[in-house]
Design a protein around this ligand. Structure first.
Ligand code: ATP
Length: 373
């Protein structure tokens, strides 16, 4: 068990800056997820922590120990990768025990740890089999088992679920969360999948182009993204963005999107007042746009005339892909909707929950949460 501290870390591969001033403290026992698109530097951050690559500038601490020059094998961490890399000719028991044997751990101790890990993961019945006789999900559990028996201070997981099919991924996600609680160890988990990040993390660090964009709890990032990148990355389907000019009319504020005009709810007006006359970028999540026949009570709805492009039935909801003039809007609406492709239709947006960004800096000006404060 240990905290992990990246102190202003840089990593350069020749001209590529894979990490730029990466500064992050991960608390003891925390489940921290590094998330971002391909190439943003998340695996590099994990590899530096594991000691598989050298740091260009800055320091990394595990517990109170500066580990910059500590070899990987002495860092007291265990890593689980996307590929399980089990030895095909060894039994599952042999695979789980392998790392401990190399470390010359006494036989009885190995046996105790392997059996305990197998019990935690529910794979006791598989110990005599060979990897070829296991399903993908079972193999992934064995890879976790191999990490558990090391009894490390920190677990590092790099996209461990990407080889699993969708259903197994959901189950294994839950299992890893349970495992984290049971072991009470610090987990650092890398993924490009925001759903994994949202469902598993205590805190998420969102990365883009080698830079941490925002760190916070899943709910915090969802409610108060600090910029357009985080707003568009967290949440699925992604937030809608549209440009509109803020205007004042008869003492009320309006958003003029060119082909539609929306009234700003009173609660949001004070924050927008100083921006009157400016063209801003607005964000509204699909779940905050409703069919006008099925509007939840208590929201400040603003009507938008749209044309329905495509409807996608998801069972418990329908995704409406619409055009409001020349702006695309995706709405997640009640499954009883009567919208059909080609229809002119009225949706209502809960503008209390809209986000406002500066179009030049892409930084948030006000977020949905501020209406509550
Ligand atoms: P992915 O999800 O695709 O694995 P990632 O976010 O984990 O992406 P990294 O693997 O950390 O990204 O790579 C970050 C950047 O550093 C990329 O531009 C990558 O091309 C570059 N990079 C990584 N390893 C090396 C290397 N050994 N030599 C040169 N450039 C590298």
């Amino acid at each position: 068990m240990a905290r992990v501290f990246y102190d202003h870390v840089w990593k350069r591969f020749d001209e590529v800056e894979a990490l730029k001033d990466f500064h992050l403290e991960i608390e003891d026992k925390e489940f921290l997820v590094l998330v971002g698109p391909s190439g943003c530097g998340k695996s590099t951050a994990l590899r530096l922590l594991a000691g598989l690559d050298s740091i260009t500038e800055g320091d990394i601490y595990i517990g109170d120990r500066r580990v910059n020059n500590v070899p990987a094998k002495d860092r007291d961490i265990a890593m689980v990768f996307q590929s399980y890399a089990l030895y095909p000719h060894m039994t599952i028991y042999g695979n789980i025990a392998f790392g401990l044997k190399l470390r010359k751990v006494p036989k009885e101790e190995i046996d105790r740890r392997v059996k305990q890990a197998a019990e935690i993961l529910g794979v006791e019945a598989l110990l005599k089999r060979k990897p070829g006789q296991l399903s993908g999900g079972q193999r992934q559990r064995i890879a976790l088992g191999r990490a558990i028996v090391r009894e490390p201070q920190v677990f590092l997981l790099d996209e461990p679920l990407s080889n699993l099919d969708a259903k197994l991924r959901v189950n294994t996600r839950a299992e890893i969360s349970k495992l984290h609680k049971r072991l009470g160890t610090t987990f650092v988990y890398v993924t490009h999948d925001q759903t994994e990040a949202m469902t598993m993390a205590d805190r998420i660090a969102v990365m883009s182009a080698g830079v941490i964009q925002q760190v916070g709890t899943p709910q915090h990032l969802y409610d108060e993204p600090v910029n357009v990148f985080v707003a568009g990355f967290i949440g699925s389907p992604a937030m809608n963005f549209f440009s509109a000019k803020i205007k004042s009319s008869d003492g009320e504020l309006e958003l003029d999107g060119g082909t539609f005009v929306l009234k700003v709810p009173k609660e949001r007006a004070p924050a927008l007042q100083p921006l009157v006359g400016r063209e801003m970028l607005f964000g509204i999540r699909p779940e905050n746009i409703h069919d006008n026949e099925f509007v939840p009570t208590g929201i400040h709805a603003a009507s938008i005339e749209v044309e329905i492009d495509v409807t996608e039935l998801m069972g418990n909801e329908v995704f409406l892909h619409t055009m409001a003039g020349d702006q695309k809007l995706l709405a997640r609406v009640d499954p009883r909707t009567r919208a059909k492709p080609g229809d002119k239709f009225e949706v209502v947006a809960d503008l209390e929950r809209m986000h406002v960004f500066d179009p030049e800096t892409r930084e948030a000006v006000t977020t949905a949460r501020e209406r509550d404060s």
